[in-house]
Write a protein that binds this ligand. Sequence first.
Ligand SMILES: [Zn+2]
Length: 502
Amino acid sequence: MELRGSNLAAYARYSSDRQSESSVADQLRRLQEFAAKRGRQVSPALTFTDHAISGASLARPGFDRLMEKVRRREIDALLVEDTSRLSRDNADALILYKTFAFFGVQLVAISDGIDSMTKGAKLAYSVKALMSDIFLEDLRDKTLRGMEGRAHTGLSTGGLPIGYRSVPIPGPDPRTPAGFRIEIDEDGAATVRQIFTMYLDGDSQNAIAFKLNASGVPSPRDRTRHQRKCGWAGASIRVILTNDKYRGVWRFNERRWIKAPGTNKRVPQMKDPSEVITYERPHLALVDQDTWERSQRRIEETRARFTLAPDGSLKGKALPTRRFAHALSGLLHCGCGAPMIIHGGSGAIRYYACTGGRRGRCKNKRGVREGVLKRSLMAEITKMLTAPGVGDQAEKQFAELGSFRSQEQVVRAIAELEQRMERSPASARETLRELCARKPIVLTWDDQGRCVMSAEIVQALLLVKTPKGSALDAAAWSSASVLRCVVAEGRRFRRSRPRSGS
Ligand SMILES: [Zn+2]
């Protein structure tokens, strides 16, 4: 076997599941021997190692450095003990193989006898990759035992919440630490304690988030490289208030991460409670037991107050969300103030009627066809926005908001919305809600029994193209125009009579 080029690299990875088999030092020694037999040598600068725990940690700094050099075409040949050192995931392994080929790197796996420059190497490599993928399931259990050991000795096994940091413990190899010790990070810890104090002082979770944002306290995400920095939110406060680690209880093995097939994304899955291992780590507790218990009581009480009716059933927001299949549902109100819902009709022909009417609280017993309402609404909006002079007026009003759409663009935007009303009613409803200034579209009946629709339309939403993601400001909301039109004659419903039981 010929080793190509002058830049010969070696990669070795330690994984606890194969600990007895071959340590990093052993692997490197074998790779050097292999090179020496061919009159070659791997320089320390091109020797890359990772002491990763297989399956548990995705961080492989040595591997990342290696790939950087591969991409810079600074490596001609790469030695590994066997291909599973590079990746145990079949899909990843094949991508790697192609990457090496693309950058002209000869891949040699000494114990597999694979040399990417020989005929049939790709097939051998693929089979090998597939095999290690299949066996990964079994290995995971063994890996877990390795992690358990680390967790047991108090070493870090993964990401830490705000208030803690991991400190590398120097290992035999100065470039790769033997493990990471968990320590309290005083800055973050102060924020965590402050949150508990504020909560027990009576602040709501949202109020705490608001105050922290106002005083510029960085949120957990602000400390990461995450792109969207959105500061504190009620939900992030809740996550902190309910994290057992802050009372010194560290759970391990709660969830597994499974790669969603066809993607490179891992999704968490909760494990059976019997598999969860709990460690008491009082020295890492940030709040005392009393603070913890009082906080949990308040969370529980608040939850009960807002989500449970006196009989213990769910109420209000806690109810499972209803999914509307109709674009106008939830937007229409009867003149009496009650919402109008789909009532009667069938298939494509549906009627909206007042819920109050059906419960005997409203005299209005008429229904209006859904299709007629949609057409009238869109026709009125189009008329309103394409009237002469509207564009100039808008330009004056919304000058600071962005560029203006031409009349054709406005018509196209309306047509798109109309199509969306059929294709994805839920999304169209959200747009309509915004377009109507988040106020209901009100239907009343005149003396002749005709239905009159009135709504406030925020013209700016369709006239002004705002930069992506920026919402229209309050000034735009307040300048909504009133739409008022006669829709159609209502259809009188026959009173549904309870069946007599004869
Ligand atoms: Zn009504």
